[in-house]
Ligand binder design. Sequence first.
Ligand code: UD1
Length: 421
Amino acid sequence: MARYEITGARPLSGEVTISGAKNAAVAILPAAILVRGKCRVENVPDISDVRILLNILQDIGAVVTREAPGTIVLDCTNITETCPNAELVRKMRASYYLMGALMGRFGKANVALPGGCNFASRPIDQHIKGFRLLGADVEETEDYVNLKTGTEGLRGNRISLDVVSVGATVNIIMAATLIPGQTVIENAAKEPHIVDLANFLNTMGANISGAGTDTVKIRGVESLQGGTYAIIPDQIEAGTYLAAVAATGGNVLVKNVIPKHMDCITSKLQEMGVNIINYDDSIRIRSQGRLSCCTVKTHPYPGFPTDMQAQICVCMALADGVSRLTENVYETRFFGYCTELQEMGAEIMINGKTAMVTGHEKLYGAEVSAHDLRAGAALIIAGLAAEGKTVVCNAHFVERGYENIVQKLKDLGAQIVRMED
Ligand code: UD1
């Protein structure tokens, strides 16, 4: 198992270029199943979740060609298999998008239940509710979800989600794109990657409107054809580098971002005393002296993202005063990293869905373990800010979602190496 070894307490400086968005890529690549023709997808991050997904797609008959770094041509025209390899499917969370994509194209799918980051119980009842309302017969076993076209066929419908779910919104969009009639998703998620998925599908000929609002309308079309599409920059990767600079101090230009997507994160960093300048597609961050404490509550977009909870917690652990961090999406998420941060000297008291974080001037190096992707990113930030040496075990979690993180941090002056056991 790989680990990162970090010698901390050094400010970061220079420039970092953000990769394509993981959560958009893991939706857009399976959505190519709906397309007959070649999809040329640019700005695809080279991360392990994407590599697993491409293996799954190849395994069911897609032709995958790497044209250049970050550019992948996917041709799913000749796919016939609707039961993807269970072992591969269990390696990642977003493989549940194969349900919507395969059902949307073939009217049936038999997909193993996904694996991935288990920082909380992650039900998929809203996905299933959506499939059923579109006319599917859904049979759930302990390990599989088996979807078939019901006796009355698949047709558009009105689907009101009981919780705002990114995954259910994506899956229903994919399932509804090629079926007759209009589907309306109410209480839809509004994350930037939902808009990116809709833009991708529309580029290929779909008729989807309202993505980015809480009502998404999908008018079924007969077919989609190939085309070229570039994935948006990763909001959470960018936020992670911003939090790293806030925690260590320094002056960094974060390039290839959509500043609007970052407002929910940069506004909190500004409250903590960090200087932020937005340009068209980059953000300059300057952080000097002690951060101030603040209050953060996670919410679906455009709220503060749960995927930034752990990283902002590290900033709070170093801030002056007592910060309050409330998790509204995945209540058990604190347990993935708070014990580790405490070993590094952080003072965190968890009470239900709120953590009270009493800031200290310093954190101290320790050997800690990542238990999920974002927890791992937070421990790296803590290691960069801490006095002495930090070892972050379970690097594979981080590599699910951060392209080239070691080199990017080294380019900013960090002392970090990746070691294999
Ligand atoms: C996506 C992101 C993940 C992020 C999360 C919340 C991808 C690939 N992953 O995960 O990085 O942490 O959004 O922003 O985009 N829920 C239900 N029933 C369902 C579905 C969800 O109760 O059928 C609940 C969940 O338990 C959670 C909340 O709804 O409390 C939001 O989950 P959801 O938006 O679906 O998260 P994911 O799509 O799995």
